[in-house]
Design a protein around this ligand. Structure first.
Ligand SMILES: NC(=O)c1ccc[n+]([C@@H]2O[C@H](COP(=O)([O-])OP(=O)(O)OC[C@H]3O[C@@H](n4cnc5c(N)ncnc54)[C@H](O)[C@@H]3O)[C@@H](O)[C@H]2O)c1
Length: 355
């Protein structure tokens, strides 16, 4: 099964590996291949596909440290250095084998090296499979600000196989679920009902990944550069990025998983949606109950609120210092470009902290 986005195919399920093999045969018979991994995906994921390169020029595997703290320019430079040392040619194929951190960083590194190596994504985390591998956003964190430097750059193809999820730690699976809830909340009430019913029981990852990417693809195809509608996908993320930026910039702060921050952001931003008269109180209560029952609460102290507002002031989604949010108007619908006074954002953080 596959989806065709405006510019590249996304292959799913077991057959995606057959498509990957076909892709290698068609495009890589005499081509250099580089595979970017992090320490975990090198150990757990690379062995699952390395045999597929038999008969081709052996790929060179690059490995960077795992986790968000390594999503920065030092790591990008270490990738470029290794590519230079390995004499990478401009027509080499660059494969990102990892979660959203690897596809964001590897997509950026490949796009800038020698003015652009073609690349593909093979996502290995749930978050990567149902969100980050599609949409063409690449980037790294800079001076403690999430995703501050990056560019839109599309892969040649995306190959999604949920067999990688066997080794994904359970908290990382949970983190990936946040983006699925987001897709449902901004676009599809039926999907929201399915998720809230199934999340504590047995979930079909195939169904989940396909449904999420169908929603993301529809929105991204209509607005690839985030002029307007694509901002719907930022729901929950203005506050999530402030939570993550605060954690990254504060020495000794325990790491915060992206999905957990997004879940917190969605609760706080639903509160803002209610206070701005867009969303009913019943919907806010349902969102708080479902997300609050599934994701851990992120501890937030009063003294964190002002620095987090500062991070939002620097959020690249804001223009002319207004705090620009995507809000919900129902369970399955979002409105973009809502100007929210800082006092209400502060109130929403206090609301979240008081839960
Ligand atoms: N570009 C986009 O559209 C987009 C969308 C959403 C999120 N993101 C970005 O994605 C990142 C979060 O993605 P993530 O949660 O995948 O993070 P991640 O890539 O850091 O992966 C999470 C952890 O799981 C490990 N891992 C991944 N696959 C594994 C597997 N199969 N087995 C064992 N361990 C495995 C990784 O090594 C890492 O330790 C953030 O940086 C976020 O900003 C980008």
């Amino acid at each position: 099964m596959y989806l065709v986005t405006e510019h590249y195919p996304v292959y799913f399920e077991k057959e995606s590996l057959s498509y990957f093999k076909e892709f290698l045969e068609k495009k890589c018979s005499k081509r250099q291949v580089f595979v970017l991994t992090d320490t975990n995906t090198r150990k757990h994921c690379w062995p699952k596909i390395s045999g597929m390169f038999a008969g081709f020029e052996p790929p060179k595997v690059l490995t960077v440290p795992a986790g968000e703290p390594a999503k920065n320019f030092d790591t990008v430079q270490s990738v470029w250095k290794q590519l230079l040392e390995m004499e990478a040619r401009r027509d080499a194929l660059f494969i990102n084998l990892g979660g959203g951190m690897i596809s964001d960083l590897g997509g950026l590194a490949a796009s800038l090296f020698k003015r652009g190596l073609p690349f593909i994504h093979i996502p290995t985390s749930l978050l990567g499979m149902l969100d980050a591998s599609v949409g063409g956003k690449t980037g790294v964190d800079f001076l403690g600000h999430k995703n501050m430097v990056g560019l839109f750059s599309n892969p040649e193809a995306v190959f999604i196989w949920d067999g990688f999820l066997d080794t994904l730690p359970s908290e990382q699976r949970r983190s990936g679920m946040a983006e699925a809830f987001k897709h449902a909340l901004i676009d599809n009430n039926g999907y929201w009902c399915y998720l809230k019913k199934s999340v504590h029981e047995s979930l079909s990852y195939d169904r989940l990944i396909f449904k999420s990417l169908e929603i993301k693809k529809k929105i991204v195809d209509r607005d690839p550069k985030e002029g307007n509608e694509r901002k719907k996908l930022n729901f929950g993320h203005t506050i999530a990025h402030a939570i993550e930026s605060y954690a990254l910039a504060t020495p000794g702060h325990p790491p915060v998983l992206h999905g957990d921050a997004v879940a917190a952001g969605m609760i706080a931003e639903s509160y803002i949606s209610w206070k701005m008269g867009q969303l009913s109180k019943e919907c806010l209560d349902e969102i708080r109950e479902v997300l609050g029952g599934y994701f851990p609460r992120i501890a937030m102290q009063l003294e964190q609120v002002e620095p987090m507002l500062q991070f939002m002031g620097n959020d690249k989604k804001n223009t002319e210092k207004a705090l620009n949010f995507t809000l919900l108007d129902c369970l399955g619908g979002a409105v973009v470009n809502q100007n929210v006074p800082p006092a209400l954002v502060r109130e929403s953080l206090n609301y979240y902290a008081s839960l």
